[in-house]
Design a protein around this ligand. Structure first.
Ligand code: ADP
Ligand code: MG
Length: 292
């Protein structure tokens, strides 16, 4: 590849809002065989909103939401922002808590009104020995509707479920079908429940869904595909995604992503659209054709 044709390719990509860090990344993009997409913030908007609050016996909706928001106030996770926002819409401000901890891929915990509160997924509750008191099937039903249910437990007992939904970006399905037309396999990876992830996958035409993955295992999933002979492009936006972006043959950070993701990526998609991946691939192929 001549330096001049690479410069032209990089410049052309920039016109599409696709910032390519170096010539190597530009040349690799056209050789990709599999694209791995993070779900939250990549396929979806990454702006979840609360869709239901389901208290158990002895709890009120507002009380449940208030407790969850108080524990989530210390978290930067998009799910936390959704909970705090919903509480504020009902006129409630988060209350001070002690000993806040963010539990990666699981949820959050803190001391609230002198009691230990856990808020998060079934993995968290399982590890902490919290029984669901008959809410298991409700969880499954909600997840199958592409909602993400979270459980609040106070002093080891279930207080209720809060669900959020994160809409799919309007152009995700179009971009996925474009990638598939180019012969690429499209995989989605997420820490969310299998049922919720499958529902999103169906909406956008994903070939394979890898769900319930802990953040630190996302890069292992990329390595596994590589071991199977795939040349992998990984697209993500979060701090969680940085190791997987670095591991991939080409890492794409999607617009409005965190600085960590952008630093670990070879390509930054300024427009926040998955079409940028297909654009990068097309420009790469045109560049390589011109120089051979
Ligand atoms: P993703 O792969 O979508 O970025 P994460 O790995 O960050 O997801 O989280 C996986 C799951 O862990 C979430 O779907 C949620 O059930 C739970 N979780 C993580 N962080 C939080 C939080 N701050 N509050 C509640 N639940 C959380
Ligand atoms: Mg994420």
């Amino acid at each position: 590849a001549t330096p001049i044709s690479i410069m032209i390719g990089v410049g052309k990509a920039a016109q599409y809002g696709v910032l390519i860090r170096n010539g190597e990344a530009l040349q690799q993009a056209g050789k990709l065989t599999t694209i791995v997409l993070d779900k939250t913030g990549t396929v979806t908007e990454g702006r979840p909103t609360v869709t239901s609050v389901v208290p158990t016996e002895g709890w009120e909706e507002d009380e449940l939401l208030h407790a969850a928001a108080s524990v989530e106030a210390g978290s930067e996770h998009p799910l936390a922002q959704a909970i705090v926002e919903a509480a504020k819409e009902r006129g409630m401000q988060p209350e001070a808590v002690e000993g806040f901890a963010a539990l990666s891929g699981r949820g959050v915990s803190a001391e609230w009104r002198g009691q230990t509160v856990l808020f998060g997924n079934l993995r968290l509750m399982g590890e902490q020995g919290v029984g669901l008191g008959g809410l298991e099937s409700r969880f499954g039903e909600l997840a199958a509707e592409a909602q993400t249910p979270m459980l609040l437990a106070v002093a080891g007992r279930a207080a209720g479920i809060i669900t959020v939904a994160d809409p799919v970006k309007s152009d995700s399905a179009g971009a996925v079908s474009r990638l598939k037309r180019e012969g690429l396999k499209v995989v989605m990876i997420t820490g969310d429940y299998q049922a919720a992830a499958d529902a999103v996958g169906r909406q956008v035409g994903i070939d394979q869904v890898i769900a319930e993955v802990l953040p630190e295992h996302k890069s292992d999933a990329v390595a596994k595909l590589q071991a199977e002979g795939e040349i992998v492009g990984m697209v993500g936006d979060g701090i969680n995604d940085a190791p997987a972006l670095a591991r991939a043959n080409v890492g794409f950070a999607i617009g409005s992503g965190t600085d960590v993701a952008i630093e670990s990526a070879d390509v930054t998609l300024m427009r926040g659209s998955l079409h940028g991946v297909a654009d990068a691939i097309a420009i790469s192929q045109a560049t390589v054709r011109n120089i051979k």
